[in-house]
Design a binder for this molecule. Structure first.
Ligand SMILES: [Ca+2]
Ligand SMILES: [Ca+2]
Ligand SMILES: [Ca+2]
Length: 260
C-alpha cells in the first residue's frame, strides 16, 4: 500500500528530529544547566570568547555582580568566577561547593566537597565531616587557577567527572553552591552566595544538571544532523522497497505454484 511506503521514512525522520533536538529548559530559580562547550585553558584568565559557550549565573558580590560560568566537555566540569573586588587580599577567594550525592541535609556529609581558589593562586579542598564541620584534604581530581588585577580577579576550575561521580551519558544532578569571600583583615570576611539566601545546610543549595537528551556528553554536531537524516531516510526507503519486492516475488511464486 502506497501509504505505508511513505509513512516509514517520515516516521524515522521525525524520530531522529525528536532525538537530536535538545529539550529547551529555562534557567530560572536555583538550577544551572551545564551545556557541552569548548575546553578552556585553566590559567585563571577568562580570555575573549573562552567562556562564551557556557551558561552563567550572576549574583551581587564585593564590588558588583559576580558572574559564574559553567560548561563541560564530556570529561571535565569547567567553572569560572569573574569577581569585581577593589580590595586585594591574598585570601580573597571563590568556593565551588558540590553535594556530590545530591542528598541534601542540614549539615555537610562526607560526599559534600568545597573546592576553593584564592586570589594569590593557591587552592585547597574541604570535605564535610557529617558533624557540622569541614575537614581539609589535599586537592585531587581537579585544578584551579587565578588571575588578578586591581579591580577584580578571575578563577577557573576544571573538575574530573570521576571526582564528582559523573559518568558520561548518564543523567546526574549535583547540589551546588557558589560562594565569594571578600577578606579585608585577619578575621574580617564578607561572604556572598548563590543561590540567594543559601547557607551552610546542603538543603539550601541549588541544582546543577546537564542536557536532558545527552547528559554530560557532547551535543550532537549540528553539521551532521541533515546528512544523518538523509542517510536514515534513504535506508528506510530501501528497506521498504526490499519488502515490497519480496512480497511481489512471493505472489508470483504462489501464482506459478497453483494447479491449473
Ligand atoms: Ca582561561
Ligand atoms: Ca577583597
Ligand atoms: Ca551530600
Amino acid at each position: 500500500m502506497p501509504t505505508k511506503i511513505v509513512s516509514v521514512p517520515i516516521f524515522v525522520t521525525a524520530l531522529l528530529i525528536l532525538t537530536l533536538c535538545p529539550v529547551v529548559k529555562g534557567h530560572s530559580g536555583d538550577e544551572i544547566i551545564a551545556e557541552f562547550g569548548t575546553t578552556p585553558t585553566i590559567d585563571g584568565m577568562i580570555s575573549v570568547g573562552e567562556w562564551d559557550d557556557a551558561n552563567n549565573v550572576a549574583f551581587p558580590a564585593t564590588d558588583g555582580n559576580c558572574t559564574v560560568y559553567l560548561k563541560h566537555n564530556s570529561s571535565y566540569l569547567h567553572v569560572a568566577f569573574d569577581i569585581p573586588d577593589n580590595s586585594y587580599n591574598n585570601s580573597d577567594r571563590s568556593w565551588l561547593v558540590i553535594d556530590v550525592e545530591h542528598d541534601g541535609g542540614t549539615v555537610t556529609q562526607t560526599d559534600d566537597i568545597a573546592l576553593r581558589v584564592y586570589r594569590d593562586g593557591s587552592i585547597d579542598e574541604l570535605h564535610g565531616k557529617g558533624d557540622g564541620t569541614w575537614q581539609s584534604f589535599t586537592p585531587t581530581g581537579w585544578n584551579g587557577a587565578t588571575f588578578s588585577v586591581s579591580t577584580r580577579y578571575t578563577n577557573e576550575y576544571s573538575i574530573l567527572y570521576s571526582k564528582i561521580n559523573i559518568t558520561a551519558g548518564v543523567e546526574k544532578t549535583l547540589g551546588i553552591q557558589l560562594i565569594v569571600y571578600n577578606v579585608t583583615g585577619p578575621s574580617i570576611v564578607t561572604s556572598f552566595r548563590w543561590p540567594s539566601g543559601s547557607s551552610y545546610p546542603p538543603d539550601t543549595w541549588g541544582n546543577l544538571t546537564s542536557s536532558e537528551t545527552l547528559p554530560w556528553i557532547p551535543e550532537f554536531p549540528a553539521s551532521l544532523i541533515f546528512p544523518t537524516l538523509a542517510i536514515a531516510t534513504l535506508l528506510a526507503t530501501l528497506v521498504v522497497r526490499r519488502k515490497r519486492a519480496m512480497k511481489s516475488r512471493q505472489r508470483t511464486l504462489t501464482v506459478i505454484a497453483m494447479p491449473s
